[in-house]
Design a protein around this ligand. Sequence first.
Ligand code: TXA
Ligand code: MG
Length: 327
Amino acid sequence: STVPAATRRLGPDASGLAEAAALLRAGGLVAFPTETVYGLGADATDADAVTRIFAAKDRPRFNPLIAHLPEAEAAFAEGDFDEHARRLAEAFWPGPLTLVVPAHPKTQISDLARAGLPSVALRVPAHPLAQALLAGVGRPVAAPSANRSGRVSPTRADHVLADLAGRIGAVLDGGDTQVGVESTVVACLGGTPRLLRPGGITRAALRDILGLEPAVPASADADRPAGPGMLASHYAPRARVRLNAAQIEPGEAVLLFGSARPAGHKRACAALNLSPSGDLAQAAARLFGALRDLDASGADTIAVVPIPAEGLGEAIGDRLARAAAPR
Ligand code: TXA
Ligand code: MG
């Protein structure tokens, strides 16, 4: 059967890796760690395997997937890279960057993974387990974040199992991910590259390499998402999320950053600090786990203090805005 009854937790060793690669080569679903978040992998060249990703996540099929490759050379065979794309790949791969480029006429990546688009999203992750797994599979691996569609992305194996146990073959357990927010998605489709999703590579780092400011997405309003999957409501915990909280109401949970304390914070039913020292990289790494943990406190609202928008703060603010969007 294609829907496994029990999901196995595989260790981060040679036998776990071999089993994960074999499952993927046989058309199964395996979640695995990348440096950003855990991905839900399937053989990107196998339309049936890709179909299982959409089913396991309840993901709308118009939302295309990222294909993961073990090295840049393999990615160059799947898409047409212009000068901007080449430069970004050279600077940031392996790493938390996804490039959307025109699909190569001979791409192996199935139409379904690309949601029928003429473009393809490619990424070479830096996590050693991801690299070893991709090398073992020997084919592009499609992998969205390993959460139920619309929910908070997973940064550890337990998060994957909380959302997908019984729906996927296995999770390769590599502990906590390091970056904590997803890859930056940049479209290089002619003209100025467009920043489709802020993520682990900052806008300033893109600007440094490109020598220009990346363009905004073609349509930046909520009803017509910039990327096919950039819906306004996303990353949603069960609780309501309230941003830029200056004051805490009784019964709310509070998500803190740095040393600032909103008025009434002592009456919060639960509190977590993303980074007491005000370090945005640490805050990004803790963000999704903190949202899951505060959700588990049972509070009906998570109040979030203001977080600076520079550097990784842009990606943090993007995820929090989607978590707070009307559902
Ligand atoms: O860090 C990450 O990127 C993680 C790890 C697992 O690699 N993956 C991830 O995948 O976040 P996912 O599916 O949750 O997000 C992929 C984003 C979506 O917003 C999707 O719409 C966009 O990339 N995307 C994929 N292909 C595209 C394309 N051809 N054109 C525009 N956007 C595309
Ligand atoms: Mg996702």
